[in-house]
Structure formats: structure tokens, C-alpha cells
Design a binder for this molecule. Structure first.
Ligand SMILES: C[S@@+](CC[C@H](N)C(=O)[O-])C[C@H]1O[C@@H](n2cnc3c(N)ncnc32)[C@H](O)[C@@H]1O
Length: 284
């Protein structure tokens, strides 16, 4: 494991992730749809292996190890020591290990200028609540990418907490957002575009974060000097799929769902309903 100097990292966010919830997250609820859509969009744009990929905010290595197994040279970095340890352990057990797993922060990458063919930034933008910090992270990506290299930057939609908390029901069978004044207040603040803060002790309401309007994500990517290709919804309307687990377990139903999501992925009036967004951009 290599260590790079850290810029200050929010202790509340660190203690949220220190609970270990990231490992296995993408197998739960409708998260498999987030993973499948991320993977299909990434594969549309990645150059063929071998190429150098940085997974910044790579957590326990789900995407990093998937790409290493496809022949890429993958370097993972994350500010949470538990995540880096989990990724290093999984890498050591893999027949296609990572090239490195290190402590690192998106705002100050240890990599040399122009040294990467692609960067996954799947999570850091959620937690950089100050615009200047998000721009620093995006400019760092621009610096480390070779000209023409590709960035995949995930964001949480401004409307995600409304969508999620209308869908989830409490023990009394009511949507969380309607059953709890604290959750209602949180959702209202999220909709106003302020930083998301969890007023409860419950991890299901996430931790301190910034939720992007799709246009805001596009603007930030451009302001950092990158050439935006597009902003796509990850789950899109698939987040509303009834009986999701049954659908996902059946290959033909799963393919039908993915095909419907693909059909509407460039419909601008639907993008914001997607809990997660993915910006694709190229370095100039
Ligand atoms: C929701 S998780 C996503 C993990 C994984 N990339 C995925 O898509 O499943 C967000 C990740 O971003 C990391 N992160 C938060 N702030 C960061 C920062 N300033 N620089 C780099 N990573 C950061 C967290 O430690 C966490 O691993």
C-alpha cells in the first residue's frame, strides 16, 4: 500500500464509511442496476486493455477489480483506510490484482501529469460539498489524464432523496418522507440544493453530501476544462421497478429492464429522476 499526503477529510463522512457498509452495497436493493449501468457506460468509452485506469474513491474495489480482471492496469485510491485495506485484501486474493491500492484524496492525486488513460470518479463528488473542492477534484483528473483520456464522474441527483424516501416505507407502511418530520425537512433542504445532512442516526439516510442538478454536474465538468461528452442517468426510471429483486434474478426480465432504461437514457426530462448520474468527459 502506498500513502500520499491527505487534504483534510470530513470526519463525519469517514466515520460513516468506517462502518463498512460499502463492501457488498452494490449487491443490495436496486444497487445492482447502478453497477450494471455504470459498467455498460464505462465499457462504451474505455480504450481496449492494457490501459491505465485510476479508480479514485474506489472503496473496496468493486469496479477496480472488475477492470483488472479485464486486463487493465488499475490503481485504486480512497481516503478511508478500511476501504483501502479491503481493496488490497481482495486484490491479493485475485488472479488479476490491482497495480496499487493507496490512501488518497481526489483533490490531490499522487499521479504524474498525463499518466492515465481513464479515471473513475464514482463517489468523491458526492462528498465534496464545496464547489471549489469539486472543481479541484475535476481539475486533478484533467491533470492526470493523457490528452483524449476519459473521465467517468458519478453524482447523486438533486431529486434522489425524494425518490428514495417516497419509495421506502416505514414499519407503519408509510413512505419515510411523509411519516417523519425529520426526513421531510431533510428532503426539503435537499430539494433546495443545500448540502445533504442526515438529521438522524440511521445510515439509510446517508452522510454529508452534495446532490447535483444534472445541469450543475455538466457545468462543473466543463468549468474544470474537460470536454463533456454527456451526462447520463444510471438507474433512471429503473429505480421505480416493482419487484426489483425478482426482475433482476431473471435474465430475460433483467435484459428487458436494461433495454428500457437505455431507450430513455437521453430523454432530458427524465434524467433528474435517476438517483445517480454519470458524466462522461474527455481530457483536451
Ligand atoms: C458511495 S462510495 C462509492 C464507492 C465506489 N466508487 C462505488 O461506486 O461503489 C463513495 C466513495 O468516495 C470516497 N471519497 C469520499 N470523499 C473522497 C475524496 N475527497 N477523495 C476520494 N475519495 C473520496 C469514499 O471514501 C467512498 O469510498
Amino acid at each position: 500500500m502506498r500513502y500520499s499526503p491527505l487534504v483534510p477529510f470530513d470526519p463525519e463522512i469517514e466515520s460513516y464509511y468506517a462502518q463498512g457498509g460499502e463492501q457488498g452495497r452494490l449487491d443490495q436493493g436496486y444497487f445492482p442496476l447502478e453497477r450494471a449501468r455504470t459498467q455498460e457506460i464505462v465499457l462504451r468509452h474505455l480504450p481496449p486493455p492494457p490501459a491505465v485506469v485510476l479508480d479514485v474513491g474506489g472503496a473496496s474495489g468493486v469496479y477496480a477489480l472488475w477492470l483488472a480482471a479485464r486486463g487493465y492496469e488499475v490503481h485504486l485510491m480512497d481516503p478511508v483506510p478500511l476501504h483501502v485495506e479491503q481493496a488490497a485484501r481482495a486484490s491479493a486474493a485475485s488472479t488479476h490484482p490491482l497495480a496499487s491500492a493507496s490512501i488518497g484524496d481526489a483533490r490531490a492525486l499522487a499521479q504524474a501529469d498525463g499518466s492515465a488513460d481513464a479515471v473513475l470518479l464514482l463517489g468523491p463528488l458526492y462528498h465534496l460539498i464545496d464547489r471549489d473542492d469539486r472543481l479541484s477534484a475535476l481539475r486533478e483528473v484533467h491533470r492526470v489524464l493523457r490528452p483524449g483520456g476519459v473521465l467517468f464522474a458519478a453524482a447523486i441527483s438533486r431529486f434522489a432523496s425524494l425518490v428514495d424516501n417516497l419509495d421506502n416505507v416505514t414499519g407503519a407502511g408509510l413512505p419515510h418522507v411523509l411519516a417523519s418530520p425529520a426526513v421531510l425537512g431533510m428532503v426539503r433542504r435537499d430539494l433546495e440544493g443545500g448540502p445533504h445532512r442526515n438529521p438522524t442516526d440511521e445510515a439509510q439516510y446517508f452522510t454529508t453530501a452534495f446532490f447535483h442538478h444534472p445541469d450543475e454536474l455538466a457545468a462543473e465538468v466543463r468549468e474544470a476544462g474537460l470536454a463533456l461528452v454527456e451526462v447520463l442517468p444510471l438507474e433512471s426510471v429503473g429505480a421505480f421497478t416493482g419487484a426489483f429483486e425478482r426482475v433482476w434474478a431473471d435474465e430475460s426480465l433483467r435484459e428487458a429492464l436494461l433495454s428500457l432504461v437505455r431507450t430513455v437514457e437521453r430523454e432530458p426530462t427524465l434524467i433528474g429522476v435517476s438517483p445517480h448520474l454519470l458524466a462522461v468527459a474527455r481530457s483536451r
